[in-house]
Design a protein around this ligand. Structure first.
Ligand SMILES: Cc1cc2nc3c(=O)[nH]c(=O)nc-3n(C[C@H](O)[C@H](O)[C@H](O)COP(=O)(O)OP(=O)(O)OC[C@H]3O[C@@H](n4cnc5c(N)ncnc54)[C@H](O)[C@@H]3O)c2cc1C
Length: 370
């Protein structure tokens, strides 16, 4: 029987592998991809989709079409458990288990929902990105009927991008501008350079966004939420954007993980216990140097992951992943404005957004066209 390559998730770290799927098939290997959606959304452009700058088609890859056109098998489903001894991946809600010789995991991360109570109606997490599309329609529908309150919970890049793009959405759709509140824990954008924090605050406050630094949110339910200090707030729409956590599939499968539950991998992006399991992106814990959960690393891991998967199937030396130095950060704050930061260079305005837009469009078009 042919050797089988199995991919969990067609995320940012699997882009080069997916684009070169035919190379595996031509060498006689079988390739299967498991993903819960037929599309993979590029998160860097997610807030822009919320604001209306991009249409869903502009920011997504047609994973199923790509896989099948290159001779692979696509399974629409959730990988729920890995059995590394039997070399099987189990699927949620079915008895079916998919065999592999080499497995690569790019199952990403999601915003923890632990603090959400009830059915979660009108509560939209920053990830998966598809949530932002549903949120966009809901905000426009509600804001067309009167002034609503939208609360963004969190103090990282995704929270400022979401708040800024809600402003753009409502301005362009000419609905009543909501009261937009951002609950940033104890300190707005903590951990970011002072100049980035000042610029972001100035841009958001000019849009009328209220920034609260009164403490951490502990509990969220439809229409309201409360802080650790007991203060209660009401909001029609709530966005928890409190950071992300890797997929739980590794801890529930008993695989070695890092402190955040990510698949613990060595410098070859290979599980520290199972040499035929690899991974990339937000779902891994890179033992040599824990990495930020940013798409930049997933993108940089692509060629190494591709070559190591091929080496894992064919035999041959593995390549080390070198994370590289500082990365460029550009935030999209809506209304055509961005903040760019790298080394000591930080500036805001239309040019910053245009640079981000250009980089993002070029990236996605490269893979949409393969
Ligand atoms: C709003 C927002 C904006 C961001 N902007 C930027 C930015 O501008 N620049 C930047 O560098 N980073 C940005 N990030 C961070 C970036 O999103 C992540 O670092 C990046 O998505 C990681 O890519 P990934 O492929 O590992 O994971 P993901 O993008 O989460 O992809 C994982 C894939 O796996 C699939 N999957 C999940 N679970 C399973 C399962 N059980 N079985 C099978 N498949 C599964 C998913 O459907 C998805 O296709 C942003 C994040 C957010 C939330």
């Amino acid at each position: 029987m042919k050797k089988q390559l199995l991919l969990i998730g067609g995320g940012h770290a699997h882009m080069v592998t997916l684009a070169n799927l035919h190379a595996f098939i031509e060498k006689g290997f079988g390739v299967t991809v498991i993903q819960p959606s037929e599309y993979h959304y590029y998160s860097g452009m997610g807030p822009g989709m919320l604001g209306g700058t991009y249409r869903p088609d502009d920011i997504r890859f047609a994973t199923r079409r790509l896989v099948e056109s290159k001779g692979g098998r696509f399974i629409l489903g959730h990988a729920s458990r890995i059995d590394p001894d039997k070399q099987l991946v189990h699927l949620e809600g079915t008895e079916e288990a998919i065999p592999y010789d080499v497995l690569s995991c790019n199952a990403g991360s999601s915003v923890p929902r632990d603090m959400i109570r009830g059915d979660g109606r009108d509560i939209f997490t920053a990830k998966p990105i598809e949530e932002l599309l549903v949120a966009r329609q809901r905000i426009v529908a509600l804001a067309a009927t009167g002034r609503i309150t939208v609360a963004v919970i969190g103090s990282g890049p995704s929270s400022i991008e979401i708040a800024g793009n809600i402003h753009q959405l409502c301005r362009e759709r000419q609905v009543v501008m909501p009261r937009i509140q951002l609950f940033g824990g104890r300190k707005f954008l903590s951990g970011r350079p002072g100049r980035v924090r000042r610029l972001a605050r100035r841009i958001l406050e000019r849009k009328g966004v209220e920034i609260h630094e009164t403490g951490y949110v502990r509990r969220i339910e439809t229409g309201r939420f409360s802080l650790a200090n007991g203060q209660e707030y009401q909001a029609d729409i709530i966005f928890p954007a409190v950071g992300v956590r890797p997929s739980r599939i590794f801890s529930s499968s008993g695989l070695p993980t890092g402190p955040d539950g990510g698949l613990r991998v060595n410098e070859y992006l290979q599980s520290v216990s199972y040499p035929n399991i690899f991974g990339g992106g937000d779902c891994i814990y890179f033992e040599a140097e824990p990495l930020d959960k940013v798409g930049v690393y997933a993108v940089r891991q692509n060629p190494v992951l591709y070559r190591n998967l091929m080496a894992g199937l064919e035999g041959g030396p593995l390549e080390k992943f070198l994370p590289g130095g500082t990365y460029l950060l550009i935030y999209n704050l809506g209304d055509g404005q961005g903040i760019l930061s790298k080394w000591s260079l930080t500036f805001s305005g239309r040019l910053a957004f245009r640079i981000k837009d250009r980089i993002d469009r070029r990236f996605i078009q490269t893979f949409q066209e393969t």
